[in-house]
Design a protein around this ligand. Structure first.
Ligand code: CUA
Ligand code: CA
Length: 609
């Protein structure tokens, strides 16, 4: 009884406390809101930022709204994804491109955005496929992958960066060293290359050889240098032999000097790409010694310093980007991996071993002041990358930081031995960091980049202007174009396909030219054809052309895979595949539609009707 009374009393106190808090909400004027309020985006309201998280071994990019942490979309890049009709069926040109350049899967790590005058312009996103040495490009007006590039002479495409301030190149680092002479028969030393890719044409312009490997990339804000961490300066081939030296390096490639050397024809041409060797072209690369097996490399927003995080050393090395000299090497904690920045001169470094983010003041560290550490916050668990909003640009926003964590352990309901990947959103607007929210994703985001919604959202296309290949309503047709070829020009709108049936023969190749003739946004129609490995999704105004084999004789219902209306289930039609030796004439589908009763030449009984 007494206990009950006490409990009631405690509840009363709690209520009073809540009341006080509510009153204290007046102090919300001073900007202090609860963590829940900071991430709450009410139904119908929109997020302030888009975050693009690499999908890791999902081969994709996850689009997340910040601060709500809601997952808005997945953009498939290196893997087929039926939900978006991406590279699903055999005849899809994108599928063929993926297959030809390394396979139908990828391992994406580092998303980077196009810049104009040092500011994100919302045109493109690029991301690496580490495993197959590729670079993918996503158009941000459609959120669709538009190019895949296989990088020659390079294995393990790891760090990438857009060269500031106008995206002159995308830099791609080859992590896995290869025999320098390109042969396995001659045990040459192993080296790597940094590739410089033209971002519009998506072709490699030149490569620079590095004696060692190359890991993470960033560039100076003025476009002069491409910086990369080198953790295997030893050129070791086994793990132990990669950890011999006390110092490895940051490689600083002088981009204008390299361009000049290429123009003078000083590169060795391999697979059509000039490769510059700094041993033969002095001055194009400087190796700056930094402690043991460094990982992240990040340039400060003002462009003054580049920082290498120590990984096996508890330090961050601060290097002057003009002189390439080390100016300070502050200790920050155990296992420093990456560093990001706010707009007030602070750096935030992820500490993998300590499972923390440490906030520290750059100027104080440079001056050797003892109180450069500002704050630490615990992460759950083993943080890899971290990114503050705008931290990669010259104008960080200084409000949110995303921690991308390797392990989630007890943070979510168990879902088998493989736990969800975890991200944590941290408020960095005050002196002290504050944990706001945590959200899981499928495997396995490595890194993220943000763009303000007010920059990107107006550029996002939701309805396409029909191109010259589009089929207009009333222009549909089924035409035999060869002895074994049929072209079906089809339109789709709520909630029917035109034509809603047609006939072909076993052995035919059937080309579908499909147009979604809708003109309002968010009215996607799908087109799936059972037993033909075919599903596409078409936004309004969009046309897609796909060719498939007719397959075995039978009736195949094509149907809409994107819910579109109350008659979504009825949105279907038939492909009638006649046996090869059938002597039944294939009627024109329009004529067939006008005929009452059994159509001439089509069996009046059985599955075909
Ligand atoms: Cu069209 Cu569902
Ligand atoms: Ca090393």
């Amino acid at each position: 009884m007494k206990t009950k009374k006490l409990a009631l009393f405690a509840a009363g106190l709690a209520a009073a406390a809540i009341g006080l808090r509510m009153v204290g909400c007046g102090s919300a004027r001073s900007g202090r809101t609860t963590a829940a309020e900071k991430v709450y985006v009410a139904p119908g309201e929109l997020d302030k930022y888009y975050a693009f998280l690499s999908g890791g071994q999902s081969g994709s990019v996850f689009v997340v709204g910040i601060p709500s942490c809601r997952i808005l979309r997945e953009i498939p890049i290196f893997e087929p994804r039926a939900a978006y009709g991406y590279a699903v069926h055999d005849g899809d040109p994108r599928r063929a491109e993926l297959a030809a350049t390394g396979g139908l899967w990828g391992d994406t790590h580092h998303p980077v955005l196009s810049e104009k005058n040092g500011v994100y312009d919302g045109r493109y996103l690029w991301i690496n496929d580490l495993s197959n040495g590729r670079l993918g490009r996503v158009r941000l007006d459609t959120f669709e992958t538009d190019r895949i590039l296989k990088i020659p002479n390079l294995q393990g495409a790891h760090g990438i960066a857009a060269v500031s301030p106008d995206t002159k190149y995308i830099v791609v680092n080859g992590e896995f060293e290869q025999p320098t002479d390109g042969l396995v028969t001659n045990p040459a030393p192993y080296t790597s290359v940094v590739a410089f890719v033209d971002p519009e044409k998506m072709e490699v312009k030149f490569e620079v050889r590095v004696a060692g490997n190359i890991d993470i990339a960033d560039t100076s804000k003025d476009g002069r240098y491409a910086f990369s961490t080198v953790y295997n300066l030893e050129q070791g081939k086994e793990q132990n032999s990669m950890m011999v030296f006390d110092r490895d390096a940051v490689a600083a490639i002088d981009i204008p000097a390299a361009e000049k050397a290429v123009a003078e024809g000083r590169g060795e041409i391999r697979n059509g790409i000039p490769i510059l060797d700094p041993a033969e072209v002095p001055g194009i690369m400087t190796l700056i010694p930094v402690p043991k097996n460094p990982h992240g490399v990040n340039v400060t927003p003002d462009g003054k310093y580049v920082m290498a995080s120590g990984k096996l050393s508890p330090t961050v090395t601060i290097i002057d980007t003009k002189t390439l000299k080390i100016v300070a090497e502050p200790e920050v904690g155990l296992g420093p991996l990456h560093t990001t920045f706010d707009d007030r001169g602070n750096a935030f470094t992820s500490l993998f071993l300590d499972s923390q983010v440490v906030k520290w003041n750059v100027q104080k560290a440079v001056k050797g002041a003892p109180d450069y550490i500002v704050d630490r916050i615990n992460i759950h668990y083993n943080i890899g990358h971290l990114q503050a909003v705008g931290g990669e640009t010259m104008h960080p926003y200084g409000d949110y930081l995303l921690a991308l964590n390797k392990l989630s352990k007890d943070q979510y309901l168990p879902v088998g031995p493989d736990m969800p990947e975890a991200q944590e959103l941290i408020d960095i607007s005050g002196e002290k960091m504050r944990m706001l929210a945590s959200f899981p994703t499928p495997p396995e985001p490595h890194d993220a980049v943000f763009i303000e919604a007010k920059i990107l959202a107006p550029k996002v296309k939701q309805v396409f202007t029909p191109g010259p290949e589009a089929i207009a309503a009333g222009q549909e047709s089924v035409v035999r174009t060869g002895p074994h070829e049929v072209t079906v020009k089809m339109t789709m709108t709520r909630s029917a396909y035109t034509p809603d049936h047609f006939e072909v023969r076993e052995g035919d190749r059937v080309t579908f030219q499909l147009t979604n003739v809708e003109t309002i946004r968010d009215m996607i129609h799908g087109f799936a054809l059972p037993d033909h490995d075919l599903n596409v999704a078409l936004p309004p105004g969009y046309t897609k052309t796909i060719t498939v084999d007719a397959g075995k004789p039978g009736v195949y219902w094509y149907y809409c895979t994107n819910f579109c209306s109350a008659l979504h289930l009825e949105m279907r039609g038939r492909m009638l595949v006649q046996p090869r030796d059938s002597n039944v004439a294939i009627p024109d589908w329009k004529a067939a539609q006008n005929v009452k009763g059994p159509v001439q030449g089509v069996p009046s009984t059985g599955a075909a009707r």
